[in-house]
Design a protein. Structure first.
Length: 165
């Protein structure tokens, strides 16, 4: 088993760069008519998984950006566990994704905008602090929060305008 260097897990120096990459992925999803959420999974400073929301185009209700990025990363490293990795996602994770993050043994989650209706890291609960969990996840919200929130706001504004035509 590989040794995990704690400093690598909490290195914040590239958080904004990786979140910008997640924002680019969110834009790809928006171009397909999906809710614009993007995710990037990083291990040892290298991106090992990328994803954007695609439940509509993929006819898969589990195809959230986090799920897609984690699946890609697990395939890339040939392991269902991703210790020492950091997940960057433009929107606070939901309960489904938070559960997957724990089961994947992701070390750290960095998210942009809060999700007041379904976010389970901070908005509707503090899932990662629950005593019954067998893995602890470090988390940090608010990285490029304005940009992440603006992408979502613009998407839904355009969707509402289109539906009122």
């Amino acid at each position: 088993m590989r040794q995990i260097r704690p400093a690598a897990i909490i290195d914040r120096s590239r958080d904004r760069d990786f979140m910008r990459e997640a924002l680019e992925l969110a834009a790809q999803g928006a171009a397909l008519g999906e809710v614009p959420v993007g995710a990037v999974l990083v291990q040892d400073g290298e991106v090992i998984g990328r994803g954007f929301n695609c439940p509509i185009s993929g006819s898969d209700p589990s195809a959230h950006a986090e799920m897609v990025a984690i699946r890609a990363a697990a395939q890339a490293v040939s392991n269902y566990r991703l210790p020492g990795s950091t997940l960057y996602v433009t929107l606070e994770p939901c309960s489904m994704c938070a559960g997957l993050i724990v089961h994947s043994r992701i070390a750290r989650v960095v998210y942009g905008a809060l999700e007041p209706k379904a976010g389970i890291v901070q908005s509707q609960g503090q899932f990662f602090t629950q005593g019954f969990l067998n893995h602890r996840v470090l988390y940090e919200g608010g990285v490029l929060a304005e940009e992440c929130g603006a992408v979502l706001s613009e998407f839904f504004k355009a969707r509402r305008a289109k539906s009122s035509d």
